[in-house]
Design a protein around this ligand. Structure first.
Ligand SMILES: [Zn+2]
Length: 91
């Protein structure tokens, strides 16, 4: 199995906050894209995914849960797909 992470970057300018920077990208497994999370640099609601985040989300989608010190790997960005998959919400 070949896992390929392709990153992209985005920047934005805001008069109040200055320059914002984000990274994101996509993950291909054996040439098939299974994760596509483009970077969105924006002071409110921006999206930023490190290559490690992308890899964990890809593994998660394949059914592999990744834990860090017994807690599920934390994707810093609030990601619908990742958080919906395994976390049964109370609501
Ligand atoms: Zn701003």
């Amino acid at each position: 199995m070949k896992i390929e992470i392709r990153t992209n970057r985005d920047t934005s300018e805001c008069d109040t906050c200055g320059t914002d920077f984000a990274e994101g990208g996509s993950v291909l497994i054996d040439g098939k894209e299974i994760i596509n999370k483009p970077a969105v640099a924006y002071c409110m609601g921006g999206r930023n995914y490190s290559p490690a985040d992308l890899l964990v989300m890809a593994l998660d989608k394949l059914g592999h849960t990744v834990l860090v010190d017994e807690d599920r790997y934390h994707i810093t960005c609030d990601d619908k797909d990742y958080h919906r998959l395994k976390d049964d919400e109370d609501a």
